[in-house]
Design a binder for this molecule. Structure first.
Ligand SMILES: [Zn+2]
Length: 207
């Protein structure tokens, strides 16, 4: 956005191995939660985004962002190098606000909403978790219908699986079954998603 240099922390994979994966693919790691480092804020202009999409800005998006960034700059935010979960939630919300302002794909906005839900899960704040799960669900439905996939590593089958898993978490069993049934008859589904889908099928008690 402002073309100035800055450094940010990232996770070296190595010893930080996955420990457990929730139904909606939230992965718990042994040592550090990589989610805390996936969103970066430029200390000069406050532009905030997933590191994966950070340097992809079109001239008209920069124009749309000018006003909001000017407002943020006046708040003197000092992004911490090692964010707490609460600070990470704040950064993801900033990234979501900026993603909406720069009119990024609904898929990217839903990806951010899902990650915010996961961070609230870490805080055992189920009310906010459910609120952001619902946002992610609605967004991914729109993504599946209207946008080109994959987005941020989520292909069509992963999004379909997520729709089923998120609905399951929100106790909407009908929607969950609907997407799972479609997914289970799809061809070319990866073994990873297939196995997850079969686990979810057992939980949903589908014959
Ligand atoms: Zn900047």
């Amino acid at each position: 956005m402002c073309k100035k240099d800055f450094t940010s922390k990232t996770i070296r994979i190595g010893k930080n191995q996955p420990r457990d994966i929730d139904d909606d693919l939230y992965t718990h790691y042994a040592l550090v939660n990589p989610l805390l480092y996936n969103v970066i804020t430029c200390p000069h202009c406050c532009y905030t985004s997933l590191s994966k999409t950070f340097d992809k800005l079109l001239p008209k998006q920069k124009e749309w962002l000018k006003h909001i960034l000017f407002t943020l700059q006046k708040q003197n935010l000092t992004p911490s190098e090692h964010p707490t979960i609460e600070e990470a939630i704040h950064k993801y919300k900033l990234a979501l606000l900026i993603a909406m302002t720069k009119k990024s794909k609904i898929g990217e906005q839903s990806y951010l909403a899902l990650h915010i839900a996961w961070l609230y899960r870490e805080l055992q704040d189920s009310q906010n978790e459910q609120h952001f799960l619902k946002k992610a669900l609605d967004g991914f439905i729109e993504t599946l219908e209207n946008e080109t996939l994959p987005i941020l590593g989520f292909d069509e089958h992963t999004v379909m699986y997520l729709l089923s898993a998120i609905s399951y978490k929100l106790s909407d069993m009908e929607t969950s079954k609907k997407y799972l049934s479609t997914l289970l008859v799809a061809s070319g589904i990866s073994p990873r998603i297939k196995n997850r889908a079969l686990d979810l099928k057992t939980k949903l008690k589908i014959n």
